[in-house]
Design a protein around this ligand. Structure first.
Ligand code: ZEM
Length: 289
C-alpha cells in the first residue's frame, strides 16, 4: 500500500538510523557552507521549519508542517517567506540523496539539526509528515507581522494553540540569525553570536537601551551602545506587555530553563496538525560533535 511504498525501500521500514544518516549529511553541509551570512545556514533553516509550521490553524486543522506547501506559489511568494528559498535550496541535494524522506519531514529535520548544531538543546524528532499538493497552500497572513505588538502576537499564536509563556519561549529563537533588507526590509542581528543559541535575546532586550533607528527603512530599534544590534517592534512588545515581560525576565535569568522550555515548545510547533502513526515515537538525533 501507500505506507509501504513511501516508508520502506529495499532496506525495509525507516528507523532512527535512517534519519540519523540524513541528519549527519545536513550537519556536514552546515559545516561546509560556512561562507553564507554570519557563517551558517543554521538560522535560515530554523526559520524555514518555523514558517512551514506556523501556518497552523487549530480551528480548521489546516496549515502546519504536514504538507510542505511552501514549495508552491502562492505560499512561496508570501511576503513573510521572502528569502526562504535559500533554505529550501540548501536542503535540495539532501532530498536527492535520500529520496524516501518527505519534504515535510526534511524541512523539520533541517530545523532540528540546525538548532542542535548551533549548540541548542536536544530537540526530539518524530517522522511521519506527508507532502501535500498546491491545493493545500495556506492563505497569506497567518505568520506574525513584525511591525505589530502584543494583541497581534496573541491573535496569531493563540490561533496555533500557544499560551503567553510559549510565545515568549519561541521568540528566543531570535538569538539566531538576522534581518535582511532585501527580505523583510528590516536590518541587522539581535545578538552578538547569531549562530549560537543562547538566552542572549532576553538579556539584551532587558539590559540594553533601545532607541529608534534613524533610517529610511521600516520602524525598528537599535541598541544605544553599539548601534549594531536590532529589535523589531514585535520583539519590544515582549517587554512592554506585563505578562510577556515576566517570562522574558525568567528566561534572561536562567538559560537552563530557557533551553528546557524552548525544546518543549519547538517540538509542539513542529508537530502542530501532524497525524503521526501511534507506533512512531520521538527520538533524539546525535550531534556531530
Ligand atoms: Zn522570526 N523573524 N519572527 N522567529 N526568525 C525574522 C528572522 C528570524 C518574526 C519576524 O517578523 C521575523 C519567530 C517569531 C517571529 C527566526 C525564528 C523565529 C525576521 C527577519 C523577521 C522580520 C527575516 C529576514 O529579513 O531575513 C516575528 C514578528 C515573530 C513573532 C514573535 C519564531 C517563533 C521563530 C522560531 C522558533 C529566525 C531563526 C530568524 C533568522 C533568519 C535568518 O535568515 O537569519
Amino acid at each position: 500500500g501507500y505506507y509501504a511504498t513511501t516508508l520502506s525501500g529495499s532496506s525495509g521500514p525507516r528507523t532512527a538510523k535512517d534519519y540519523q544518516a540524513v541528519y549527519d549529511v545536513i550537519a556536514s553541509r552546515l559545516e561546509e557552507n560556512d561562507e553564507y551570512d554570519d557563517g551558517s545556514y543554521g538560522p535560515v533553516l530554523v526559520r524555514l521549519a518555523w514558517h512551514a509550521s506556523g501556518t497552523f490553524d487549530k480551528q480548521t486543522g489546516t496549515g502546519g508542517s504536514n504538507g510542505a506547501t511552501m514549495r508552491f506559489a502562492p505560499e512561496s511568494d508570501h511576503g513573510a517567506n521572502a528569502g526562504l528559498k535559500a533554505a529550501r535550496d540548501f536542503l535540495e541535494p539532501v532530498k536527492k540523496q535520500f529520496p524516501w524522506i518527505t519534504y515535510s519531514d526534511l524541512w523539520i529535520l533541517g530545523g532540528v539539526c540546525a538548532i542542535q548544531e548551533m549548540l541548542g538543546p536536544n530537540i526530539p524528532f518524530r517522522p511521519g509528515r506527508e507532502d501535500k499538493d498546491v491545493a493545500a497552500c495556506t492563505p497569506d497572513g497567518r505568520l506574525p507581522d513584525a511591525s505589530q505588538a502584543h494583541d497581534h502576537l496573541r491573535n496569531i499564536f493563540y490561533r496555533m494553540g500557544f499560551n503567553d509563556q510559549e510565545i515568549v519561549a519561541l521568540a528566543g529563537a531570535h538569538a539566531l540569525g538576522r534581518c535582511h533588507p532585501d527580505r523583510s526590509g528590516y536590518s541587522g542581528p539581535w545578538t552578538f553570536s547569531p549562530t549560537v543559541l543562547t538566552n542572549d535575546f532576553y538579556k539584551l532586550l532587558l539590559d540594553e537601551k533601545w532607541q529608534y533607528k534613524k533610517w529610511d527603512g521600516p520602524k525598528q530599534f537599535e541598541d544605544k551602545k553599539t548601534g549594531t544590534l536590532m529589535m523589531l517592534p514585535a520583539d519590544m512588545a515582549l517587554v512592554q506587555d506585563k505578562k510577556f515581560n515576566e517570562w522574558v525576565k525568567k528566561y534572561a535569568a536562567d538559560n537552563d530553563l530557557f533551553f528546557k522550555d524552548f525544546s518543549a515548545v519547538i517540538v509542539k510547533l513542529f508537530e502542530l496538525g501532524v497525524p503521526f502513526k501511534e507506533d512512531v515515537k520521538p527520538f533524539v538525533l546525535k550531534t556531530s560533535n
